[in-house]
Design a protein around this ligand. Sequence first.
Ligand code: HEC
Length: 175
Amino acid sequence: MKRTMALVLAGLLLSASGAAAGPERVAFPAGYQDTFVRYLDIDRPDRKTKRFFYVNPAALEAAQAGAPLPDGTVLVMEDHPAELDGETPRRDAEGRFIAAPEVRNVFVMEKRTGWGAAFPAGKRNGDWDYAWYDATGKLKHSDPARYEGCFNCHQSRAERDYTFTFFKYVDDLKR
Ligand code: HEC
């Protein structure tokens, strides 16, 4: 009887939290290029890469209103190779890299109420979890060990809700 109860409880817990912690529960945000707001482009000369950053509109609205990033917030960082002249990135009239159409990486961070409880305090990044996709929405890595670096590095941004670029954009909008 006790065992049955324990099994039922375990089942309830699993269904309440959805898929297990890790990249699989961070769904590929299909259509983000059309439905999200592209809030920033940066050039990465070290990688000859141009990065585009996107946020779902509800999260941007909340942040602009000064509210915490809500359940369901998704931030996307998309890598494009820079167009090259030989080995040198080509530049537009403003001196910025020009993105080639190809998408090399789609890095995703998603925040869901309760997600962080799956991680020990030293690793936990609030309620965020991370995934690294290719352009077609296939996970590049499903091994959770490949995501330790995401948690470690983004942890340094705890006071900005674990994000590097997003709140700078929100602050700049207010100026
Ligand atoms: C060594 C530090 C480091 C690691 C490891 C790292 N990131 Fe980041 N991440 C950054 C920095 C810095 C930025 C800002 C963009 C830039 O400078 O290129 C960023 C930006 C992002 C963004 C855009 C939102 C934001 O915070 O600005 C996402 C999404 C993201 N990273 C996901 C990931 C994922 C997924 C992983 C693991 C596969 C990961 N990151 C690993 C440092 C890191």
